[in-house]
Write a protein that binds this ligand. Structure first.
Ligand SMILES: C[S@@+](CC[C@H](N)C(=O)[O-])C[C@H]1O[C@@H](n2cnc3c(N)ncnc32)[C@H](O)[C@@H]1O
Length: 332
């Protein structure tokens, strides 16, 4: 197996993912978010041979480094996931499935305008509360003086977690396996705060339902418009469904090389995760045009993707009133 084969793209996981099936055995699911160099994660997998361990990272170089270490150590109980933790947790982890979670030194995003990018916020703690089983532990460590009160306030306020320490946090933990970032922080004289919480038995409201997967949308149209007409006359277009909170932007068109196909670069703004996809307009031998999704960007068939194809259809109808829908599977 090459290093890349040990890294799974989070966008390809099930909604939700059957983790036992992925690991080939039933075992508690343990997670580290943002593992960086991966030494803590490797240690976690080595010392929890009876657990299915997953590590989520957004950084490709970090993933590759950890994949090499995983291979060298032959750790079949460890899977590395490429993607953003809130996204993977929302879509692919069913409620109550997750065991212990470790978050070591999440990026502090110190600039005022970047605070919304911080991982730890009340909404993320609520998401963890829905995904973690009762009795699972949440470990967080941070050295950043501006981020520390944010983490403290989030954990002090949540009704779903209880501290395992006599205080909300401690500033030393001799028993820890230290991360690279932590050793640097300590060497530079910064004070680290360590939080150890446990998910209690209080039921968390289902604020983060796993989105429904719909059929991959398509529509076939008969129209006097040629691909060249569409490309020449294309104008960026926005379609919004305020009730469903879906906003679609058809941004640009491109010719696909060597195929009678136009690709429409499209942004779908839908919570919890926006998607950038390529809609495909394919000239069939019959002369009809088929509107569908290109596989670029791993589109997932959400209601937002349905709305995007419907938006393109309406746009083409606005270019020529003689455009007729022959067949479609859209939930219009
Ligand atoms: C400050 S570093 C800490 C790395 C490591 N935990 C350590 O203590 O040495 C934060 C890490 O979190 C990762 N990260 C940031 N946002 C993330 C997200 N939304 N999901 C998963 N990982 C994320 C970054 O790529 C980075 O590797």
């Amino acid at each position: 197996m090459s290093t890349t084969e040990t890294i799974l793209d989070g966008r390809l996981l099930g909604w939700p993912q059957d983790w036992d099936n992925l690991f080939g055995r039933s075992a508690p699911l343990v997670l580290e978010i943002g593992f960086g160099r991966g030494d803590f994660l490797i240690h976690l997998a080595q010392t929890h041979a009876d657990a299915n361990v997953i590590g989520i990272e957004v950084s490709q170089p970090s993933l590759r480094k950890a994949a090499r270490k995983r291979r060298t150590q032959g750790l079949s109980n460890l899977i590395l996931l490429y993607g953003s933790a809130p996204h993977i947790l929302t879509y692919s982890v069913a409620p109550g499935v997750l065991g212990d979670v470790h978050i070591n030194f999440p990026d502090p995003w110190p600039k005022e305008g970047h605070h919304s990018r911080r991982l730890i916020n009340p909404g993320f703690i609520d998401l963890l509360a829905t995904r973690m089983r009762s009795g699972a532990r949440l470990f967080i460590a941070t050295d950043h003086p501006d981020y520390q009160p944010v983490v403290t306030n989030c954990l002090a306020a949540t009704p779903f977690f209880d501290s395992l320490l006599p205080t909300i946090y401690v500033t030393d933990d001799e028993t820890r396996y230290r991360t690279k970032y932590e050793m640097k922080a300590l060497a530079e004289g910064r004070t680290c705060q360590y939080y150890k919480f446990v998910r209690n038995a209080l039921l968390a409201p289902d604020l983060f339902p796993i989105p429904e997967e719909m059929p991959m949308p398509h529509a076939v149209i008969r129209t006097p418009l040629t691909l060249a007409d569409i490309a020449d006359r294309f104008e960026p277009t926005v379609c919004s469904d305020e009730d469903a909170e879906i906003h679609v932007r058809l941004m640009r068109v491109y010719y696909a090389v060597g195929e009678p196909v136009l690709l429409v670069e499209t942004h779908i703004n839908q919570k919890p995760q926006p998607q950038r996809v390529a809609l495909k307009i394919h000239l069939r031998q019959s002369g009809e045009l088929m509107l569908s999704l290109h596989e670029i960007g791993f589109p997932r068939p959400t209601s937002g993707v349905q709305a995007a194809v419907a938006c393109l259809l309406r746009y083409l109808q606005s270019l020529s009133s003689e455009t007729v829908v022959v067949q479609h599977n859209l939930r219009l």
